[in-house]
Design a protein around this ligand. Structure first.
Ligand code: FES
Length: 172
């Protein structure tokens, strides 16, 4: 990754972290879930409205977390609107692969959407950050699957990542 690209990605993360899109609960979501990262205590709620055809009409989030987790949630809400549940799952797989350095999987995710999530790809160099980047996505998946709660500890792909020091990462 060039320095320019790294800088651009960092700017995107900081901008979304400071001014998250689609922040706040939806009025009448069809699905919602609460996610938390027990390693740092960060929490997020994801709200989704899915129509009868299985298309995500609206998605939002609220919560407290580090810049990466908030930016990831914000970017997630931007790319998901208008996607089917199957496309959302494929995107999550692609995103998870991108964050862990295993790019396979996520068949069916559009390249354009995957590229929009690319600013978070730098977390692959910091395994502890993978759970920050995927917290919103795990929560979204739990919401769509009708599970009201999820923990990043259930994230098998990130298993083995060292735990962040509580409180340490919120200053970033
Ligand atoms: Fe808690 Fe990032 S989600 S430090």
């Amino acid at each position: 990754m060039t320095d320019d690209l790294r800088e651009l990605y960092q700017e995107v993360i900081l901008e979304h972290g400071r001014h998250p899109r689609n922040f706040g609960p939806l009025d009448h979501p069809t699905h919602a879930a609460h996610g938390h990262n027990p390693l740092c205590g960060d929490q997020i709620d994801v709200f989704v409205t899915v129509d009868e055809a299985g298309v995500i009409r609206d998605v939002s989030f609220r919560g407290r977390g580090c810049a990466i987790s908030v930016a990831s949630a914000s970017l997630m809400t931007e790319v998901l609107r208008g996607k089917t549940e199957a496309e959302a799952r494929a995107l999550f797989e692609s995103f998870q692969g991108m964050c862990t350095g295993r790019e396979e999987g996520g068949m069916g995710a559009s390249e354009e959407d995957v590229e929009r999530l690319r600013p978070l790809s730098g977390v692959r160099q910091f395994p502890v950050r993978v759970k920050c980047a995927t917290l919103a996505w795990h929560t979204l998946k739990a919401a769509i699957e009708g599970r009201g709660e999820v923990s990043t500890e259930e994230d098998e792909d990130a298993a083995g990542a060292p735990a962040p020091t509580p409180g340490q990462s919120h200053d970033e």
